[in-house]
Structure formats: C-alpha cells, structure tokens
Design a protein around this ligand. Structure first.
Ligand code: PLP
Length: 435
C-alpha cells in the first residue's frame, strides 16, 4: 500500500524507498544511541520527480533551477543535477553549496532581497546564469563588482505584480504588501535606462508570486504580467530577453490527492509563452522534494490529563522531534500527516501530538485520530522533505537531527546529528578591538 509517493506499508510497517522505518531507526541508533528522531529522504523519488518536471517543461525551453532553500542536502543536489536541473540559490551559502556540488556558472541562479557585496562579488567573479535583483539600488552594487571583475552579469528585475495567492500569508510573495520586488513602473524605467550599467545585461523579468500553490491561475496571471511588461518595455526601446517565472508548485499534504496540475499547466504555458519569445527560467523547490522526505520520531511519553469539567482525559503524545526540527506547523499552521510506523491494534482516539520544546506552539497536530501509542513507538510525519531540515534550529539547546537517504534500497547516513560538542563549538572568547 502506498500512502504518499515516497512512503509505503510493507508487512504492516511503514517504509521509505522500500526500507522499513523501524529498522532504519534501529540502524541509526547504533551510530547515534541518543537519537530521538531523524530525517529520511528517498533519493530515487527525488530524481524521478526532477525528471518529470523536466519532461513537462523542458520541451518549452525552460531552464529549471532547483530552489536550494527547499532542501540543500548535498546528496539531493547531486540527484537533481543528475536529472538535468540547474540550481537556484537565495544566498551566498546556497551559491557555494551549488558550486561545491558541481553546478557550473551557467547553472546558478541567484535570488534574494538583501543583496550583499559578497554575493555580488561571487556573481561577478565566479559567474552565474543570472541574478534576480529585488531593488534598483542593487544594480549599482552588481555593476561595481562586475566592472572590477571585468565580467558581465545578466540581471532580471523581480517585479511585484500585485497578484494575491491563496494559502498562508507567509508563503504569499507577490501581493502589494509583500516585501519582494520593485514596482512595474520602476522596472520599466530601469530597463529603459540599462545603458547606465554597462557591465550588466539588465534584460530580464522575474516573478515569484508565492509557494504551495495548488492551482495554476496565479502563475498564469504572472505570465500575463510578464507579457504586458515585455511588450511595454519593447515599446520603449528596451526589449527583454529573459523571463523567470519562479517556483510555487504545491503538493498535497492531506493525502486526498490534490496536487498542482503540473502537466496541464505546462500545456497551457506552451500557448501563453508562445507569445513571449524569451529565455525561460523556473525555480521549483517544494514540488521536487516534499513527498520524498519524512521526519521519523520516537514517542518519548504518552500523557493523559483530565481538565476540570472534561469527561475524558486528553491524550498528549510527546515526540523526540520538536518545532526546532520541523517548524512548518508552528510557523505556517501547516499540517503533516502523522502515521505510526508499526500501528498497534486498537481503536483510533484523539491525540495532541507535540514536541519537547518549551513553547506552547510546539504542537504538530491537535485532536488527530491515532491508534494506541506507547513510549518508544515510532511515528512518521509525512511530506517533510521540503522546508523541513533546512529550517531547523538549535532552539532549546537541541542539536539538529541526522539526515538519512535511501537509494536502490540502501540506507545511508549523509549528515550526522549535532552533538553537544558541535553545539559548543561556536563559543569563543575573542576580545574585539573597538579602536
Ligand atoms: C524566489 C523564489 N524562487 C523559488 C522558490 C521556490 O518555491 P517553491 O518551493 O514553492 O517551488 C522560492 C520559495 O519561496 C522563492 O522565494
């Protein structure tokens, strides 16, 4: 039985990529006896999804850069690169991670709304496919570094198109109040004045309207915005050469099968982009990796508490993973299905599943129906491959978790958990010279 793309039930036990999760956890505990949780990713599924994305959009001439922010694990980067994707970085750290994994200059797209001198220098010296500038002032910084390096950097201007998307406010990036992008009028002025930046090729438009979109309408509205602005800019004597449509392709976190209609969108884009003979870029993140990862956690405690006036006791399941590991429920009110790895017989009853962090927001799910669970049992939080481990922190003095991969049935620990020594390693006693 298959629960999500990457998770199946084999002989009553939950498995990722064919590896039973109870055995995976036991194997990890032999290396990390204190582990209370870990991440597991199915690399074969990631590569298959990357190839599916390429098959849908490659024929449209789309240069797809995998958004590292979704999950920048080196083993994952290698697989998306094998499938032919480029890399989209939102920071110097991600640019370097892409470079380390072999993405060449023409395969590195740089985003970010807080451009630094170091990022500009990297783009100018090491080379990138293009930089998406979030602010016109950024062009002077990029120009100075490109002039110094004797290079030419291609730039797309991120335009705030005023497009509202559904879903949580924190993943909507294209509406008027969002911090991202410049106004269309500013972009038009900058394209027309591009001779001011002789070491830049300011001929692109970038639009990323939001994340976790389950329908294509906002993305199609963005194409229409690009089409209108390209026509207007050409009319002002500054034709555009590049359109970057960002990412945003959503996945089904519910198990109900409501996914972003990837292939249907590609078919419609073919018509829409036909009228836009520009170089094309996309930046998919979540869609590629979300289904391919689980957060596997041990039950630390089962607590029952009866409130005043409450008929039955409330059941709390305390996991060895918390909001510092997977912050999506606390940050975005996101829901991840919680599935026992080896379900016990017995009636499903409501449970509030929480982490061990000292915060009331450290709740994964309230009143979810679950079978009996006992101390030491394992549960998996599904679809945790995107915006999971990359957003984890050391809050409450907790080390970040180990990350495991499965490929061809082989389980590998590709990142060890942070232990107490790793947590202490940044402490210093450096006297600073204040002049
Ligand atoms: C500029 C940009 N491009 C691409 C992405 C990837 O988006 P997603 O993971 O929704 O595909 C993001 C994420 O929000 C982004 O900010």
């Amino acid at each position: 039985m298959s629960l999500a793309d990457g998770v199946s039930v084999q002989d009553g036990v939950l498995a990722v990529g064919g590896v039973p999760l109870d055995r995976a956890f036991a194997a990890l505990r032999r290396l990390e006896p204190g582990a209370g949780a870990c991440w597991i990713y199915d690399l074969d599924l990631i590569e298959a999804r990357a190839r599916r994305f390429q098959a849908a959009f490659g024929p449209l001439g789309v240069h797809a850069g995998y958004a590292l922010k979704a999950n920048a694990l080196p083993a994952i980067l290698r697989r998306v690169r094998t499938a032919g994707l480029a890399a989209e970085a939102g920071s110097l750290g991600e640019l370097r991670a892409a470079e380390r994994e072999g993405f060449a200059a023409a395969e590195r797209i740089l985003n970010g709304n807080g451009r630094t001198a170091e990022e500009a220098e990297f783009a100018a010296r090491e080379g990138v496919h293009s930089v998406n500038a979030d602010h016109i002032g950024e062009l002077d910084l990029l120009e100075a570094h490109a002039a110094r390096a004797g290079s030419r950097v291609r730039v797309a201007l991120r335009v705030n198109p005023g497009i509202a998307t559904g879903g949580h406010d924190y993943v909507a990036t294209g509406h008027e109040q969002a911090k991202f992008g410049v106004a269309a009028a500013e972009a038009l002025e900058a394209w027309a004045a591009r001779a001011r930046w002789p070491h830049l090729k300011v001929d692109g438009i970038h639009l990323h309207v939001g994340s976790q979109l389950l329908e294509a309408t906002p993305l199609e509205q963005a194409v229409e915005t690009a089409r209108q602005l390209a026509a207007e800019s050409a009319g002002r004597g500054a034709p555009l050469g590049l359109v970057n449509l960002g990412g945003g392709f959503g996945v089904d976190y519910t198990g109900a099968g409501r996914e972003f209609p990837l292939e249907a969108h590609a078919a419609r884009l073919k018509g829409l982009l036909g009228a836009l003979p520009l170089d094309r870029v996309m930046e998919p993140g979540r869609w590629m990796v979300a289904h391919a990862g689980v957060l596997l956690a041990q039950v630390l405690w089962v607590k029952r508490r009866r409130g005043a006036g409450e008929g039955s006791a409330r059941r709390f399941i305390v996991l060895g993973a918390g909001m510092n590991d997977l912050i999506r429920p606390a940050l975005y009110h996101a829901h991840h299905r919680i599935v026992p790895v080896r379900p016990r017989a017995g009636a499903h009853e409501p449970a509030t599943v929480v982490g061990p962090v000292c915060e009331s927001a450290d709740v994964f799910e309230r009143d979810v129906a679950l079978p009996p669970l006992e101390r030491g049992d394992l549960v998996a939080l599904l679809d945790a491959g995107a915006y999971g481990a990359v957003m984890s922190s050391n809050y409450n003095g907790r080390g970040r978790l180990a990350e495991l991969t499965v490929s061809g049935g082989r389980l590998t620990r590709v990142r060890a958990a942070e232990d107490a020594a790793a947590l202490a390693a940044r402490a210093t006693e450096d006297t600073l010279d204040v002049g």
